[in-house]
Every structure is written in structure tokens, then in C-alpha cells.
Design a protein around this ligand. Structure first.
Ligand code: HSE
Length: 307
């Protein structure tokens, strides 16, 4: 058994419009890399962070905190060193913190010959999300670990349902270069919803799940509606309404905020349409002089993996 492993940790789209805190999907085209090494010294040490300014102190880093949760539940007497190669920008809305925390615990589990189930790894990773956003939500970490789409059916007890993904489904994700902290974009949300909004929202969640099981692309599009969170958070995102309108006019099935934003995602059937949507989204930000990153990605069915 090796003492060192290098892993790819996928970016994720959480919420997927209608499923605030319960739906997520892993992406193929963008993710972080990490090297994790066993040490005889106890505890977790972050020895390198490349690509971004993030805290190296174990208790202030999501990978460190998730790693400590793993160690606390394990019989292992040693520790781990972690090198993080960040490709996902913090505060971009595509699961930057989830990539780091899931990559760390998945790698540790491999190095110890898999003492924990994927569900247990989700629970450890959620401690990273608690540090990053104040709430231990699972809608990014679950797809990062299981791969594909996941539904958090329940938090207490934690019940994660992996959902199949239609073969020709592509995501286009644009990140206007502003940072929105998840903790801030959660604070502006209302804590209660009306019954009529609830009815629309759970209709769409059910519709989206049914569509993913039956490869019904039109139903995916019809279900990508958010009556609760998007109207509030979209105000923080430059030209959100224009980007959404243009994406749909260019053939996207639907479009919404990725996670807590500011990234915007669109789903399309087939690569050709996803690339057309990419061009159209770019034009909007070019015209108003906002820098952006953009990715076109297939769904990542595997989750975190060894590289
Ligand atoms: N469900 C979380 C939120 C995801 O929207 O706040 C954060 O990435």
C-alpha cells in the first residue's frame, strides 16, 4: 500500500435552481488537484497551497477541518500531509471548498485501505462546509464524492440518493470575476417561504429528478426554475437576467445560479449547443467589460479520483 496519493477533486454545481441545499452535480472539466501523504506524526498538516491565497493553518482550512473529522473517527495512529493545487477560485460558486474537503478525506480513505463508506466521507467533508459557510450543507460535497447528480433526501439522518445523468447533458458555467462569499449570500435569504412558492419548488424538484431518470431533456428544462432563492441572489450577479435570457435563446434547456453564485450555469443537450451558449454568455460580459472564466463540461460520473 502506497503512502502517497494524488487526486482530482471535481468542481460542482449545487442547488441546480430548484433544489436549494439538496441537489448537486459533479463536473468533469474543472477541478483541483491534491497530493496527500501519510506521516508518522499525528494530525493534519497543510504543507503547500498553490494557485490561491488560502489559510495554511489546519483549523482554518476546509481540507484540514474535514481531515481532522476523518482522523477523529479513525483508529489510525499517524497523520497526513496535504498539498493543494487550486484551480477552482474560492467564492466562485462551483464548490471550491467542497473540492478541497472531499479530496482530502477521499485520499486519506484510499491510503488507509477504505475504512469509511462514501456516506461517512460526506459527513467528514460537511465539516469543511461548516467552516466555509457556517452551515454544514452537503449539496456540493455529495456529488464531489459520489459523482454525477445527487439528492440529499434528508440531513437528519443523512440520506444521499445518487441520481443518473443523461448521456448528452452538458453544462456551460460562466464565472464573472467577482467574489461572493457563501456565508454572505446565505445571510440575505429569507428563512420562511410561502406555501404557494413551496408548491412550485417541490413540483420542480420532483420534475427534475424524474427527467434525469428518464432522459427527458425538455422536462429538465421545464424543471430548472427557482422561485425562492434566485430572485434574491440574482441581484448580486452582474447582468444575470441577460445571461439567462441569452443562454436560453441560444438553445440551453435552462439556466440558473451555480451554488451561491456568482457563477451562472446552463444545461444543454449536446456539446454543440453548450458551446453556442458559451459564446453567447461570453458576449454579454465582454460587452459590459466584466472579466470571466468559462467552462463547458460533461457530468463527472466518478467524483474524486486518483490521478
Ligand atoms: N446550497 C449552498 C448555498 C451551496 O446555496 O448556499 C453553496 O455552494
Amino acid at each position: 500500500m502506497s503512502d502517497e496519493i494524488k487526486v482530482f477533486c471535481p468542481a460542482t454545481i449545487a442547488n441546480i435552481s430548484c433544489g436549494f441545499d439538496v441537489l448537486g452535480v459533479a463536473l468533469d472539466a474543472v477541478g483541483d488537484e491534491m497530493t496527500v501523504r501519510k506521516t508518522s506524526e499525528k494530525g493534519i498538516r497543510i504543507t503547500k497551497i498553490d494557485g490561491q491565497e488560502l489559510p495554511m493553518a489546519t483549523l482554518k482550512n476546509v481540507a484540514g477541518v474535514a481531515g481532522l473529522a476523518f482522523l477523529a473517527a479513525s483508529d489510525y495512529k499517524g497523520g497526513f500531509e496535504i498539498e493543494i493545487y487550486k484551480k477552482i477560485k474560492a467564492g466562485s460558486g462551483i464548490g471550491s471548498s467542497a473540492a478541497s474537503s472531499t479530496g482530502a478525506v477521499w485520499a486519506m480513505n484510499e491510503l488507509l485501505d477504505k475504512p469509511f463508506s462514501t456516506l461517512e466521507l460526506v459527513q467528514f467533508s460537511m465539516e469543511g462546509e461548516r467552516l466555509a459557510s457556517g452551515v454544514a450543507h452537503a449539496d456540493n460535497v455529495a456529488p464531489a464524492l459520489f459523482g454525477g447528480f445527487t439528492l440529499v433526501r434528508s440531513y437528519k439522518p443523512l440520506d444521499i440518493i445518487p441520481i443518473p445523468s443523461p448521456n448528452e447533458l452538458y453544462a456551460t458555467i460562466i464565472h464573472p470575476q467577482i467574489e461572493v462569499k457563501t456565508s454572505d449570500s446565505r445571510k440575505i435569504l429569507k428563512t420562511t417561504i410561502s406555501l404557494s412558492d413551496g408548491i412550485k419548488q417541490w413540483g420542480n424538484v420532483g420534475g427534475l429528478i424524474a427527467a434525469l431518470f428518464t432522459n427527458d431533456y425538455d422536462l429538465i428544462g421545464r424543471s430548472l426554475e427557482d422561485h425562492i432563492v434566485e430572485p434574491i441572489r440574482s441581484i448580486l450577479i452582474p447582468a444575470f437576467d441577460d445571461v439567462k435570457k441569452t443562454a436560453i435563446q441560444s438553445g440551453a434547456l435552462g439556466c440558473g445560479i451555480s451554488g451561491s453564485g456568482p457563477s451562472i450555469f446552463a444545461f444543454s443537450k449536446g456539446l454543440e449547443i453548450a458551446e453556442k451558449v458559451e459564446q453567447a454568455m461570453k458576449e454579454i460580459y465582454k460587452n459590459i467589460g466584466i472579466d470571466y472564466d468559462i467552462h463547458v463540461s460533461k457530468v463527472n460520473l466518478e467524483g474524486v479520483r486518483k490521478i
